[in-house]
Design a protein around this ligand. Structure first.
Ligand code: NDP
Length: 432
């Protein structure tokens, strides 16, 4: 807190894990002697660079770019790129730190990283986005590679941006390979990668519900966001018999009491890239209730799945969900629930699952994409979907083992402790 007083998201993420793992460190001579937790908090490397490019009017544009390579102990650095005007070093450091713990939970050989830029692709032409991605990659390419650091997508970095980034990487390096994941299926991508974070979230939800002796059928679900994670989570929840009654974006919330159908959700997935507010267009088809500037958390639901962005669900939102009967909250986004919200859920014994466990499906599939690239192999959709289910079940098992508190599973503690042990043991084994 004294070294980085202004990096509030980074401090929030590290302090959250500290409360669960410092007792483990104090009880283990090796961890204490090697100062394990402090060392795991600091990124191994933070690269900052300038991205200069030309807009369609041939005017010079300047953005900031970053890559935070947090932890390479158990595999090449791995984590997404985010393009959003709010991106700064604190946000990327928190995301990279969380990513290291999340990746450890998957059981795969992948380290943790995150990167991005304060560039906003919204309102930019395809050519502008392409020129920006090329300029960004001209700098980033010297720091990444299949055995060094393997970026992927995140907010505002989808298949279009990944295609442009990968194309530039390939041209500069004259090498086809797994230096980026989330690629199109025709050039080294993996089946199920696009759907993996949202689908994995619902596979995890199924495991949580089964553990408490119930299932998703007929349950009312609030989803926030209308991006990659939110839409695929909503789709899989609907396919499993749940009733998704909200979607949202930065402009408001769409409530649909009857529940979105698979057809509605597939329609949004196929029109997601369109420049207008896609939820308003969806509402013209379904006659729901559009609430401008509102969040989805005032709705009566059994389950809440925040899938938009960090700190989107705060204390008063949590209290509204609890008083409306919500019993399960699983994070689809990274750190969407702030400290006050998490405390409120814990006090009310609402089952709360942190993103590092419940949204790990995306990076897990990215890890499997890397293996497929390394062996020039393309696995089937069915094989990748089964692998995703198995990985999510394995993360669920670790959370229960480390977070069992009698009548309540503390998933947050379970995930923190299980991931920490894997990283701490690797750190001790590799020395200073
Ligand atoms: P997308 O860019 O596809 O979608 C983001 C969605 O969140 C959009 O609907 C956007 O609305 C909304 N949103 C963004 N900021 C806000 C805000 N301040 N208030 C309300 N809504 C907001 O991103 P993803 O779906 O890929 O990512 C969502 C979250 O999931 C992020 O936290 C990301 O780090 C996390 N995640 C993503 C993974 C992936 O595989 N994609 C993997 C693991 C985690 P609008 O369009 O109006 O901005």
């Amino acid at each position: 807190t004294t070294r980085y007083p202004d990096q509030k998201e980074y401090l929030q993420a590290t302090l959250d894990i500290a409360k669960d793992v410092i007792p483990i460190c104090n009880a283990n001579e090796k961890y204490k002697q090697w100062d394990v937790f402090k060392r795991l908090c600091e990124p191994e490397r933070t690269i900052q660079f300038c991205v200069t490019w030309l807009n369609d009017a041939n005017e010079i544009q300047i953005n900031k770019g970053w890559r935070v390579q947090h932890c390479g102990l158990i595999g090449p650095y791995k984590g997404g790129l985010r393009f959003h005007p709010t991106v700064n070093e604190s946000i990327l450091k928190f995301l990279a730190f969380e990513q290291s713990f999340k990746n450890a939970l998957t059981g795969l050989p992948i380290g943790g990283a995150k990167g991005g830029s304060d560039f906003n692709p919204k309102g930019r032409s395809d050519y502008e986005v392409m020129r920006f991605c090329q300029a960004f990659m001209q700098e980033l390419q010297r720091h990444i590679g299949p055995y060094t650091d393997v970026p992927a997508g995140d907010i505002n970095v989808g298949s279009r941006e990944i295609g442009f980034l990968y194309g530039e990487y390939r041209k500069i390096n004259n090498r086809f390979g797994g230096a980026i994941t989330g690629k199109d299926i025709e050039f080294g991508g993996s089946y199920v990668r696009t759907e993996a974070t949202g689908f994995g979230l619902i596979y995890f939800l199924d495991d949580v519900l089964e553990h408490t002796g119930t299932n998703i059928k007929g349950k009312r679900i609030a989803v926030s966001g209308a991006g990659n994670v939110a839409l695929h989570a909503a789709l899989k929840a609907t396919q499993h018999g749940g009733k998704v009654v909200t979607l949202s974006n930065s402009r408001g919330t769409l409530i649909h009491e009857k529940g979105f159908t698979e057809e509605d959700l597939n329609w949004v997935i196929n029109h997601k890239g369109e420049p207008d507010n896609i939820l308003l267009s969806l509402n013209e088809r379904i006659d729901g209730d559009w609430k401008a500037d509102e969040k989805p958390w005032q709705t009566e639901v059994d389950i809440a799945l925040p899938c938009a962005t960090q700190n989107e669900l705060i204390g008063k939102d949590a209290r509204a969900l609890i008083s409306n009967g919500c019993k399960f909250v699983l994070e689809g986004a990274n750190m969407p629930c702030n400290d006050a919200a998490q405390r409120a859920f814990s006090d009310a014994k609402v089952v709360f699952v942190p993103g590092k466990a419940s949204n790990a499906g995306g990076v897990a599939l990215s890890g499997l994409e890397m293996s497929q690239n390394a062996t020039f192999h393309k696995a089937t959709y069915k094989a990748m979907n089964s692998a995703l289910k198995e990985i999510m079940a394995n993360i669920h098992r670790q959370c229960v083992e480390e977070g069992d508190e009698g009548d309540y599973v503390n998933y947050a503690k379970g995930a923190n402790v299980a991931a920490f042990r894997r990283l701490a043991d690797a750190l001790v084994a590799q020395g200073v």
